[in-house]
Design a protein around this ligand. Structure first.
Ligand code: SF4
Length: 322
């Protein structure tokens, strides 16, 4: 079956300019050849440390940032270079929820204005009464009260602001939502509420999610599959359960995770993660992870491992594992 969304060899390199002529002196390899399929109704988790390129990947998919190269396919159509009306129509189908709901909500607009704006832009409600009725409906859908539409973002808690962000994304009846660390800034108890809400909305509206997080434990329950990113590349992708029970890549094995192992008989190898993510301006040669990998061999410094199938649906990029 054709995936809802396919990304092929996506790259985003940011030039760094210097000198009095402002010439390019280096490049940040933020996303360095990401390929990923997402089926309709599926949730794919995208995890990795800060700076690994996961948010840039999400923004390139929505073309909030223009990719340097690669392809984005939606419903079997190449949408990488769509412009004008076609691009606007695609924007309706593909939405985003941001990590910091406060920064992403205009503080001078009421909640009604924020949620209703997309309805006006896309011509989805013609009259003031129709816009208000739809905003009330959306607020109730995300667990807020109708009278909240008259208030401003600063009057709400972080969790409520994230609900407003979700209502705004839902306003245009999207098919796929990039959830860019939507719970990272929230207390743990509120995180669970927002994740439960996202799950309920997925069931109700048949949504597809790309769920970005830096912690495996956050994406465990909500994701059907999880892709792990390191320095701009996907190093492992598998069904959620397989990734937790049997992580193959040494980086996945060491990623911070508060997940208790469900079966006490399952022995997980733990390889402690040391050091910091290398500078993406000058990533390590060969396997990008070799500077932090406890089991690296000589060839890891010169040969970049390709993502290959280890078991059905389980892909890993490592010379020694899988
Ligand atoms: Fe470690 Fe080598 Fe595998 Fe990279 S390819 S993760 S350095 S063992």
């Amino acid at each position: 079956m054709t995936p809802l969304l396919s990304v092929r060899n996506l790259k985003k390199h940011f030039p760094i300019k210097g000198g009095i002529l402002g010439r390019e002196v280096a490049r940040v390899h933020a996303v360095d050849g990401v390929s990923l399929d997402i089926a309709e109704g599926e949730t794919v988790g995208l995890v990795g440390e800060s700076g690994c390129g996961k948010s840039t990947t999400g923004r390139c998919i929505l073309r909030l940032i223009e990719p340097s190269s690669g392809e984005i396919w939606y419903r079997g159509q190449d949408v990488t270079h769509l412009e004008g009306e076609a691009q606007r129509a695609l924007r309706r189908d593909l939405q985003i929820i941001f990590q910091d709901p406060f920064a992403s909500l205009n503080p001078r607009h009421t909640v009604g204005g924020i949620v209703g704006e997309a309805l006006i832009i896309h011509g989805l409600a013609k009259s003031r009464a129709a816009i208000e009725a739809r905003v009330v409906d959306l607020l109730e859908t995300v667990g807020m009260r109708p009278d909240h539409m008259r208030r401003f973002p600063h009057e709400f808690s972080g969790g409520q602001r994230q609900r407003i962000g979700i209502a705004r994304a839902l306003a245009v009846e999207p098919k796929l939502i990039v959830c860019d660390e939507p719970v990272s800034a929230l207390d743990v108890s509120i995180q669970a509420q927002v994740i439960n809400l996202l799950e309920d909305l997925q069931e109700k509206f048949g949504l597809t999610y790309l769920f970005i997080a830096h912690d495996l434990s956050v994406v465990e329950h909500i994701s059907d599959r999880v892709a792990v990113m390191y320095l701009g590349r996907i190093v492992e992708i598998a069904r959620s359960r397989d990734l937790y029970d049997n992580p193959l890549h040494p980086y996945t094995d060491a990623l911070p995770s508060a997940v208790p192992i469900p079966d006490p008989k399952v022995k997980r190898r733990r390889i402690p993660l040391t050091g910091h993510v290398p500078n993406p301006i000058n990533p390590p040669t060969g396997c990008h992870f070799h500077t932090r990998c406890r089991i690296a061999e000589a060839r890891c410094k010169t040969e970049a491992p390709v993502l290959r199938q280890s078991a059905e649906g389980h892909m890993v990029a490592c010379h020694l594992r899988g």
